[in-house]
Design a protein. Structure first.
Lengths: 152, 274
């Protein structure tokens, strides 16, 4: 089947099998490998992207379900060399170690700040419950998100 | 993990969904948000030959007051429930429980109808709807019928919905914003409940339901009866495990779950009456 998806502002049109997962489509068809496959069971959040501005786990969504929608991946956040404020805050607050969860964390945080513009620490911790990090203990990730939201 | 191959049909109306179900019978499954069905398909525990995508039926996404009840479209997402001011004022318990489902990403996709028809005893919303004596409206080839929550959940992942029926609406009584408590016990924030207990005050007394204490969501009938006879919350909660068949798994033995049910029901009763 043919799907037309706006990916990071670019109009993409591809023929895919109906069973193609969105993450597979992004990584293999669009060659956008910033989005990671972690647990592959919608638990870890490493595959988080935005669909129409809202965070979703792209390992548990079909490309067919995103047909006609707008998808933003980690590659679509920055403007040229200027990082998105959430990306910049992760750099400044050392919100990562190995980096595997980072793309998903950043995308989940962007969606969270969109929904709760001035989050408390509790809002951030609960809002990121769907994203697992095995390195950092979350402390610097939470600081980074609060800094990006301006509520540090 | 990739699902087995299937034919994809995107339905433009509830009638089209039902027509596809009639045509393909047991080979077809309805896709809403996909938060329960897609994981099963990826594990190949579900291998439908035809997937009927109903998620774009935006006319089945709504929360509105109708007389003495609130009507909720089956394709209303958890996110839309947890942010609905109308639901918060007229049936706060359902808004509160919707906010406990999964995580943000899951609530952005998952729907109340999908959660109900999946019929998972570990799920949050079915137990809440059971306590509320909700009515489920199903559309099939011969028209629309209403089903009571009390007789809807038949067994593990098994409901009274016929294979050619689509759940279109959920109706819950207006019980107001407060007077409820949902105690969800799990080890990590986003996990399923190891055990959950819900208490909600309504007309005719306090209703209590249990999550993950059997093959279906359950009403804690013995607790409700004890309360009606004047028992204290603490005394009534002692009956919380009566009539349950709690599973044993990695997260806890059946005996441990019975203990949790008694503790969580007591807390839910105390907090719902506070």
């Amino acid at each position: 089947m043919e799907v037309s998806i706006d990916v990071n502002g670019r109009s993409e049109r591809h023929d895919v099998e109906p069973r193609t997962l969105l993450v597979q489509y992004l990584r293999e068809t669009c060659a956008l490998t910033g989005t990671k496959v972690g647990c592959d069971t919608s638990s870890c959040g490493a595959c988080t992207v935005l669909v129409d501005g809202e965070s979703v786990k792209s390992c548990t969504m079909l490309a067919a379900q995103a047909d006609g929608r707008s998808v933003t991946t980690i590659e679509g956040l920055s403007t040229g060399d200027d990082l998105h404020p959430v990306q910049q805050a992760f750099v400044e607050h050392h919100g990562l170690q190995c980096g595997f969860c980072t793309a998903g964390m950043v995308m989940a945080a962007v969606s969270l700040i969109e929904e709760i513009p001035a989050p408390t620490e509790a809002d951030v911790r609960m809002g990121l419950e769907g994203n697992l990090c095995r390195c950092t203990g979350y402390h610097n990730i939470v600081r980074a998100v609060l800094a990006a939201a301006g509520t540090e | 993990m990739i699902p087995a191959a299937f034919d994809y049909v995107r339905a433009g109306s509830a009638d089209e969904v039902v027509a596809a179900l009639v045509e393909h019978g047991d080979d077809a499954k309805v896709l809403a948000g996909g938060m329960s069905l897609l994981p099963l398909m990826k594990l190949r525990l579900a291998t439908p030959a035809v997937l009927v995508d109903a998620a774009r039926l935006s006319d089945l996404s709504y929360v509105r007051e109708e007389g003495d009840h609130v009507a909720i479209g089956a394709l209303t997402r958890h996110r839309d429930l947890e942010t609905s001011a109308l639901l918060g004022a007229s049936c706060g318990v359902l808004r509160g429980v919707a906010a406990e489902v999964g995580d943000n990403q899951v609530r952005h996709r998952g729907t109340i109808g999908g959660s109900v028809v999946h019929g998972d005893p570990a799920s949050d919303l079915p137990a809440a709807l059971l306590a509320l004596d909700a009515t489920f409206v199903a559309q099939g080839p011969n028209g629309v019928r209403e089903l009571d929550a009390a007789s809807f959940f038949l067994g593990f992942l098994e409901t009274a919905l016929e294979p050619d029926e689509l759940l279109v609406e959920i109706r819950v009584p207006k019980v107001g914003p407060g007077g409820w408590s949902y105690q969800k016990f799990n080890r990590r924030a986003q996990d399923w409940a190891i055990v959950g207990a819900l208490a909600v005050r309504g007309e005719g007394g306090t209703r209590v339901s249990l999550v993950n204490m059997g093959t279906t969501p359950l009403r804690a009938v013995a607790v409700e009866r004890a309360l009606a006879e004047g028992a204290t919350p603490e005394a009534a909660a002692a009956d919380a495990a009566d009539g349950t068949e709690a599973p044993s798994d990695l997260n806890g033995s059946s005996t441990y779950r019975q203990h949790l049910a008694r503790v969580l029901v007591r807390r839910a009763l105390e907090q719902s009456q506070a």
